[in-house]
Structure formats: structure tokens, C-alpha cells
Ligand binder design. Structure first.
Ligand code: UD1
Ligand code: CA
Length: 454
């Protein structure tokens, strides 16, 4: 049977107190709506529509280039009204699953089982310890579903019910439409409420059935930042556990954040407060120290990233040592056995095998050979205020401390630069270049003293 999916994501998201539409708030580094769309796609619907409203342009832009079908709900008159914007485009005979755009952790296996339910109207429910804010499932004595009552419309007795409506429903498109057309705004929120179709379906003698989700976290809705944070931690804990099962040593799963995709080898160790974003590849025996932020990077076998290091868009090969307090920026390529120490910044530069910059350096727009030593305080002056220029340093060069290499400039192989030099011209191979003021000794000079008028 053909199955279509409609995702409701037009709501105001008032409780987020944000200029950003709620579906675009990230969970695990990805917009909540993108997570639901992935889940929906996993069950191969014949059609996938997303109802948008608040910040519709922003949502469209965030999903530009995808084949999502957006339907605009111009006025947010409730979940029932939102569904009615998409249903006319559905094949009337199709089963339609309605998903909410703010339920980001719904597992695809739950969706799959739910969609296959035999009934006229199916409702995904769950038992929660604290049902505050959710629609309560009201059942008759024989256990059959009677209705759903929203928190705002519920009596104290009804509020005590801990089985809630997850908002996920399934029915034939034509049935949904017929029921929804009969709903009204006669409730505390003055909206057309999706849950009101329960009574209408029952009134027609339809079979209304519930399916309980495995775990509240799977179907938890996000209405505010407290709930978003709670689900973020659930999501991170689940990821950390999965990685631990794969053999990763994670110092503390409560202080681990992966906001993207992680591919890894064996015996990887990740210390506390490490944030990994985008696409990350860690080879075998990689160690990441505490408080590192790593974005879109690959780190080869045996490399060690020491505490408080920031890496973005970089490729670090095997057996490198980076940090503590290093900043490796986009376009940095560190070949095997490179050592980068504290307060060293590397940008758009390739460093050859075994090259070292152990303290306080800036290497930008440079191509550096193998076994080069960059002294403390040395920098490439790559920017003239308008354009960026290249520095080329060949193999086995020794750059003395506190040198300024004014680009464009080339330092040929096996040469050395004296400490404190400003290098503006090519340094030939196997020479020593010194570019600094000569030391002067002034004899008989008297140190100023307190109270003297000199
Ligand atoms: C809804 C359910 C509630 C359920 C809960 C589960 C209704 C009336 N209530 O409540 O029974 O327990 O979800 O999380 O359905 N939306 C639109 N257009 C609108 C209004 C909402 O597209 O006019 C979208 C929102 O963007 C959101 C979803 O529908 O993604 C749910 O809306 P929300 O206002 O968050 O409903 P809840 O109060 O959470
Ligand atoms: Ca909600």
C-alpha cells in the first residue's frame, strides 16, 4: 500500500523565544527537521510533504537543493489546520502518516511498525513519568481509546493520566480530510486540533488504535530550550554508548558531544569536554585530550591532540603531536610526525614530515618541507593589508626564534635564519641569513635611578 508522510512544522515555536523557526534549531548539530526528514525518508514514502509557516523562507533556504515538498500554512490555526494544507495533495486512497516537526528522535523502526498498523486511525502514544504539557490519552474501561485531551482543556483527573499523544497519527488521506473538515476551534487555544479527530473517527464507527513507543525519549516533543537540552543529552549519551560499544574509550559520556559523523579506527581515547563537529575521521590509537574542539578534520593513526586545541578543516596525518593550546585552521595539512606546540596557529599551510613548531608561531599560506624547525615566536607575514602571499620553506630549514618571514618569500633547503630576523628576500640553500639590527654596546652608560632627573 502506498504510504505518504506529512510533517507539521509551521508552528510559531513561541516557547523557544527565538527568531529562528523551531524546526531549524539543531539537535546533535543538525536541524531537528532534518532529523525527522531522515527518519521519514528511511521508510521510503511515496510522497513527503513538510508544512511550514513561521520563518518559511529560512526553512526553505536551509533545505535548498533537496526534493522536499513544502506546503505553506499562512496562518497557524493549529495542528489539524496544518495537516489540512497538505492532505489535498495526497492520493485520497494513500495511508498518510502525520509527523510533528518537533519530535526529533523518532526511530525509523518505530515509524515503520506504526505505519503498518491495521486500523482506521492509528495514534502513537507513550507512557511518561511527567505528562505536563502534552495531550493525554483518555481510554474507556475496556482500554479502548476514547479521546485525546490537551493539557489546557483537561480536568485535574485527566491531567493525572500519564499516557500521552505523541502527535504521530496514521489514517487514509480521505479519512483524515473528512474528519478534519468537521473539527472546530471550540477549545481553550482556539485552534483546529489534530487530536479532535479521534471522536469523529469513533463516531463513524472507525477503528481507533494506539501503539506505544518503546521509550519516551524516542517520541519526546521539543517546545522549549529545556526540552531541547534534555533531548540533546539523551542523543549524545546514546552516541557515546554506541561508540563505547565499538571500543572507543570515552572519559565521560556526559561530557562528550558529537555533532556530526565520526569514523574511527581502534583504541581511540577521547577525554572530557571534547566537541566533534561535521565529518571527523580518527585513525587507530588517536588520543584527544580534554577541551578540544574539532570540526571537519581527519587525524591519522597514533596522533595525539593535547588539551585545549581547536582544529577545523584540517588534515593531520600519523604520529603527530598537536597542542596543548594549538589552533589548526582550514587548509592545514600536517604530514606524519609533525609536532605543533602551544599557541601555534596554522592556516592553509602544508607542513612536511617531522617538521616542528613547538611554541608561539603563526604559519599561514605556507608550504613547508620536511624536518623544518620553526622557532618560538616566528611568523609568516602573509598579509599586506590587501592580498595574501605565499611562503615557501624547503626541507631541513632552521628558522630561529622570533623571525618574521615577509611573504612572498622562499627559504631554500638546509638554510638557517638567525633569531630575530626579518626576512624579505630569498634565502639560498645552505646559507645563514640574518636580518636584524646589529647589537650595539654603549660603555659607561648609567642606569637611571629613582629621583634622578636624566
Ligand atoms: C501536540 C499535540 C499534543 C501532543 C504533543 C506531542 C495537538 C493540538 N497537540 O502538542 O496532543 O501531546 O504535540 O509533542 O496536536 N504546527 C503547525 N501548525 C500549527 C500548529 C502547530 O504546523 O498551526 C506544528 C508545529 O510546528 C509542531 C507541531 O505541529 O511541529 C506540534 O505543534 P505544537 O504547538 O508544538 O503542539 P504541542 O502543544 O506540543
Ligand atoms: Ca510540540
Amino acid at each position: 500500500m502506498a504510504m505518504e508522510i506529512v510533517i507539521l512544522a509551521a508552528g510559531m515555536g513561541t516557547r523557544m523565544h527565538s527568531a529562528k523557526p523551531k524546526p531549524l534549531h539543531d539537535l546533535g548539530g543538525k536541524p531537528m527537521l532534518a532529523r525527522i526528514v531522515d527518519t521519514a525518508r528511511a521508510v521510503s514514502p511515496t510522497r513527503l510533504q513538510v508544512v511550514i509557516g513561521k520563518g518559511a523562507d529560512q526553512v526553505r533556504e536551509a533545505f535548498a537543493g533537496t526534493d522536499l515538498e513544502f506546503v505553506v500554512q499562512a496562518e497557524q490555526l493549529g495542528t489539524g489546520h496544518a495537516a489540512m494544507q497538505a492532505l489535498p495533495q495526497c492520493d485520497p486512497e494513500s495511508r498518510v502518516v502525520v509527523l510533528l516537526g518537533d519530535v526529533p528522535l523518532l526511530p525509523s523502526h518505530t515509524l515503520e511498525a506504526f505505519a503498518a498498523m491495521e486500523c482506521d486511525l492509528g495514534i502513537l502514544t507513550v507512557d511518561v513519568p511527567d505528562p505536563t504539557g502534552y495531550g493525554r490519552m483518555l481510554r474507556s474501561d475496556d482500554g479502548s481509546i476514547r479521546s485525546i485531551v490537551e493539557e489546557r482543556d483537561a480536568t485535574p483527573d485527566e491531567k493525572a493520566v500519564c499516557e500521552i499523544n505523541t502527535g504521530v497519527m496514521v489514517a487514509k488521506a480521505a479519512d483524515f480530510m473528512r474528519w478534519l473538515e468537521q473539527t472546530n476551534q471550540d477549545n481553550d487555544q482556539g485552534e483546529y486540533l489534530m487530536p479532535d479527530i479521534v471522536g469523529l473517527a469513533l463516531g463513524e464507527g472507525g477503528r481507533v488504535a494506539g501503539m506505544k513507543a518503546d521509550h519516551p525519549d524516542d517520541v519526546q516533543g521539543v517546545n522549549d530550550h529545556l526540552q531541547l537540552n534534555r533531548l540533546e543529552r539523551v542523543f549524545q549519551r546514546r552516541q557515546a554508548r554506541a561508540l563505547q560499544r565499538q571500543g572507543v574509550r570515552i572519559a565521560d559520556p556526559e561530557r562528550f558531544d558529537l555533532r556530526g559523523e565520526l569514523e574511527l579506527g581502534q583504541d581511540v581515547a577521547i577525554d572530557v569536554n571534547v566537541v566533534l563537529e561535521g565529518t571527523i575521521r580518527l585513525g587507530s590509537n588517536v588520543t584527544i585530550g580534554p577541551n578540544c574542539h574539532i570540526t571537519n578534520a581527519e587525524i591519522g593513526d597514533g596522533s595525539v591532540i593535547k588539551p585545549n586545541t581547536v582544529i577545523e578543516g584540517a588534515s593531520i596525518m600519523s604520529d603527530c603531536s598537536v597542542g596543548p593550546f594549538a589552533r589548526i585552521r582550514p587548509g592545514a595539512v600536517l604530514s606524519d610526525e609533525v609536532a605543533i606546540g602551544n599557541f601555534v596557529e596554522v592556516k592553509k599551510s602544508v607542513l612536511g614530515k617531522g617538521t616542528k613548531a613547538s611554541h608561539l608561531a603563526y604559519l599561514g599560506d605556507a608550504t613547508i618541507g620536511a624536518r623544518v624547525n620553526i622557532g618560538a615566536g616566528s611568523i609568516t607575514c602573509n598579509y599586506d593589508g590587501v592580498n595574501k602571499h605565499q611562503t615557501l620553506i624547503e626541507d631541513d630549514v632552521f628558522v630561529g626564534t622570533n623571525s618574521s618571514l615577509v611573504a612572498p618569500v622562499t627559504i631554500r633547503e638546509d638554510s638557517a635564519i638567525g633569531a630575530g630576523s626579518t626576512i624579505t628576500k630569498e634565502v639560498p640553500a645552505r646559507t645563514l641569513a640574518i636580518g636584524r639590527g646589529k647589537q650595539v654596546i654603549i660603555k659607561g652608560w648609567e642606569k637611571p635611578r629613582k629621583g634622578s632627573n636624566r
